[in-house]
Design a protein around this ligand. Structure first.
Ligand SMILES: [Zn+2]
Length: 374
C-alpha cells in the first residue's frame, strides 16, 4: 500500500470518528471502536489527535455497567462557528451556528434593503454585533452564508437575478469588503432544503423542498446537495404554470404556482399575518376556511406535479410549513385523487426546521465544508 493511500485511510478514519462523536453528542471510546469497526489503539490515536487540536473534549463518564466507568467524549461545538444571513426585501435574519449544526443565537428584524453604502454598513454592523455579543474570536469564524430570494451564479458570489431585491449583482463582493472571513451567496430555498436535510435522516435519498413563503421556491436535494441544473436554478416550483392565463405572478407571467400557493394568498387578508389568518379561521370564519380549502386544492396540484417529476418525499417548508401540518392528511387525500399512479400521499412531509431554515442552511454550508476536512 502506498504512503498516499495510508494517509487517506487515516484521514477518512479520523473524519468518521469526528462525525460519529458529533452525531451522538456524547460517546465512549469503546462504542466508537465497535461502531466504526476500528481497533482500540487506532481509535485512541484518533481521539488523541482530535483532542490535541481542540476539536473534542472529555465529557464525564457513563455510569452503567460494572467495572471501570467508560469515559465520554464530545465535540467542542464552538471550536468553529458560521454565520447565516437571510435577506428578504423588508427583513433580515441572522443566525450563529456551531459545529453541531445548532443555532447559538439569532436576530430577526425589519430592515429595508437598499443599494447604498449606508445600508451595507448597517448590515455589516448587525453581523458584527451578533459576533461580539457571543464573544466569538476571529479565528473561530468559518464564514458567512448569505441567502436571498434569487438565482446565484456558480461562483457562489454573483447574483444572476433577484427581482425583489434592489441590490447589484456584486452585492456579495461589496459585503465581503467589511469582513475577513469568506462570504458566500446562496438561493434561500436551496439553503432551507439543506437545513431540512441536515436535521433529518434522509441519507442516500433525494428529497424535494417546497418553500411556501411570500414567494414560492424550492430545492431538489440529492444526498444533501442541491441539484443545480444548467443555470443553478432548478426546482423553481413557484413558476410552474398551474392555471394557463390565470392570476398574475410576481415574475410578470400569468398562472404560476406562486400566484396560488404563496403565503400571501392567505395572509393578505390579515395584514400579512398568517397566525391571525389561522386563528380567525379556527374561530369559525367561513370566508377564510373556503380560502384555505381553495389554497389546498391548488397546492395538491403542485404537489402532484412535483411527485410526477421526481417520485420522492416533498417537504412543505417556508412560512406556511408549520401551519400546514394539520392539513397534511387533507393534502394526501387530494393528491391520492389526482395521482395517476397508486400512492397514499405519504410522500408529503412536514418540515422540521421551522425557524430560520434559509439562514441556517447558509451557515451550515461552511460547517459542512469544515467537517469534511477534519
Ligand atoms: Zn411566475
Amino acid at each position: 500500500m502506498t504512503e498516499i493511500n495510508l494517509q487517506s485511510i487515516k484521514q477518512v478514519n479520523r473524519n468518521r470518528v469526528f462525525r460519529l462523536i458529533a452525531a451522538r453528542q456524547r460517546i465512549s471510546k469503546q462504542e466508537i471502536a465497535a461502531e466504526l469497526k476500528l481497533s482500540l489503539p487506532t481509535t485512541t490515536q484518533n481521539l488523541n489527535s482530535l483532542k490535541d487540536e481542540g476539536l473534542i473534549e472529555e465529557n464525564g463518564t457513563f455510569s452503567s455497567g460494572i467495572g471501570r466507568k467508560a469515559r465520554a467524549v464530545s465535540i467542542v461545538a464552538d471550536f468553529r462557528v458560521a454565520v447565516g444571513l437571510d435577506i428578504t426585501p423588508h427583513h433580515i435574519s441572522l443566525v450563529l451556528v456551531d459545529l453541531n449544526g445548532s443555532m447559538m443565537d439569532h436576530v430577526r428584524e425589519k430592515f429595508e434593503i437598499a443599494d447604498s453604502e449606508l445600508c451595507y454598513g448597517q448590515l455589516a454592523e448587525k453581523v458584527r454585533n451578533l459576533i461580539d455579543k457571543n464573544k466569538i474570536r476571529p479565528e473561530q469564524i468559518l464564514g458567512m452564508g448569505i441567502t436571498i430570494p434569487g438565482i446565484i451564479a456558480f461562483d457562489k458570489k454573483t447574483i444572476t437575478s433577484a427581482e425583489t431585491l434592489p441590490v447589484p449583482s456584486n452585492f456579495c463582493q461589496i459585503l465581503q469588503e467589511y469582513f475577513d472571513f469568506p462570504c458566500l451567496l446562496f438561493n434561500d430555498a436551496s439553503c432551507a432544503g439543506v437545513a431540512e436535510f441536515w436535521k433529518n435522516d434522509y441519507e442516500n435519498q433525494t428529497i424535494a423542498y417546497l418553500l411556501l413563503s411570500n414567494t414560492v421556491g424550492g430545492a431538489i436535494l440529492v444526498n444533501g446537495k442541491p441539484f443545480e441544473g444548467m443555470g443553478n436554478r432548478s426546482a423553481e416550483f413557484g413558476h410552474i404554470t398551474l392555471v394557463p392565463g390565470g392570476a398574475e405572478c410576481s415574475c410578470g407571467k400569468r398562472g404560476c404556482a406562486e400566484a396560488y400557493c404563496s403565503a400571501l394568498c392567505l395572509s393578505r387578508k390579515t395584514d400579512n399575518d398568517l397566525a391571525v389568518f389561522f386563528r380567525e379561521m379556527n374561530r369559525g370564519k367561513e370566508e377564510y376556511r373556503k380560502l384555505l380549502e381553495e389554497y389546498l386544492d391548488y397546492l395538491a396540484i403542485l404537489l402532484n406535479d412535483i411527485n410526477m417529476c421526481l417520485d420522492c418525499p416533498v417537504v412543505l417548508g417556508g412560512y406556511m410549513g408549520p401551519y400546514l401540518k394539520p392539513y397534511i392528511p387533507r393534502l394526501s387525500q387530494l393528491v391520492v385523487e389526482r395521482s395517476t399512479f397508486p400512492t397514499d400521499g405519504s410522500y408529503i412531509k412536514p418540515c422540521t426546521c421551522e425557524f430560520e431554515a434559509a439562514a441556517m442552511g447558509g451557515a451550515l454550508y461552511h460547517i459542512e465544508q469544515f467537517i469534511k476536512n477534519v
